[in-house]
Design a protein around this ligand. Structure first.
Ligand code: FPP
Length: 239
């Protein structure tokens, strides 16, 4: 964390409320998802402006496959289209795109578009935008456990030597600092299988604002709330 300005290095967002926003406006759920793209742009702009280093967005959970087929298809199409359309502007802003989650479940079209976006933005040095796609924290931890077990079975790793760092390095998020701030929109107050390991000491910020109404000012409000929190990491207050 940047102590002087108390800006979080890593902000993670559970973008929630697209469906309810659509319902409130008398529209189909997919319309709500479409309206969810502009707030993604706003959050990226605000993150860059504030000097946040990593912004992780929960864009598609492993549980989301259980939604109606048309909604899943619309989300996949929206994701592909957005990634392609936004890449030039993200490059201009110095944003590097990375995706985490189990990609093998996606169509080759989705996988190809993600890979291209990652390659085209690889030089971005101002902000890393991490898209959590077909992601769930528990499956990430299971995957890491299997990886470590395989290494132990191959004699490459001493089981007694496994510590928090070893586990953290086996997670998708190994390259980045843990989130300092997790934001969830739409008034729901839970983590829903998102970055459970990584958010151990994150500050949580819940807002009733539905995702399509989330603006740069809302992002700034979350950062202000964060700046006012005292982070003790299990220790006692400094004053
Ligand atoms: C949650 O709202 C939102 C999603 C499952 C999808 C998130 C997708 C976007 C914001 C579209 C654009 C994203 C990118 C990365 C380009 P919900 O449908 O669960 O809302 P509800 O709880 O009101 O039903």
């Amino acid at each position: 964390m940047n102590e002087e300005k108390r800006i979080p290095r890593h902000v993670a967002i559970i973008m929630d409320g697209n469906g309810r926003w659509a319902q409130q406006h008398g529209k189909e759920r997919c319309y709500g998802h479409m309206q969810g793209v502009e707030p993604v742009r706003s959050a990226i702009r605000a993150a860059v402006r504030n000097g946040v280093e990593v912004l992780t967005l929960y864009a598609f959970s492993t549980e989301n496959w259980g939604r109606p087929r048309e909604e899943v298809e619309a989300l996949m199409e929206l994701l592909c289209r957005s990634v392609v359309n936004e890449t030039p502007e993200l490059r201009r802003q110095g944003v590097r795109i990375r995706a985490i989650g189990e990609r093998s479940a996606f169509s080759s079209e989705v996988r190809d578009r993600l890979r291209e976006a990652e390659e085209l933005t690889a030089g971005g040095g101002r902000l890393t935008l991490v898209l959590a796609l077909n992601y769930s924290s528990r499956s990430e931890i299971v995957r890491a456990a299997r990886h470590l077990a395989r290494r132990a079975a191959a004699g490459e790793l001493d089981p007694e030597g496994i510590d928090e760092r070893t586990v953290a390095e086996a997670l998708y998020t190994a390259p980045w600092p843990d989130p300092d701030l997790v934001i969830r929109t739409s008034g729901e107050c839970r983590l829903s299988n998102f970055l459970l390991w990584q958010a151990a000491y994150a500050e949580l910020y819940f807002t009733p604002v539905l995702w399509p109404d989330f603006t740069e000012a809302e992002f700034d409000r979350a950062l202000e709330a964060y700046a006012g929190r005292e982070r003790r990491f299990g220790l006692i207050s400094k004053c």
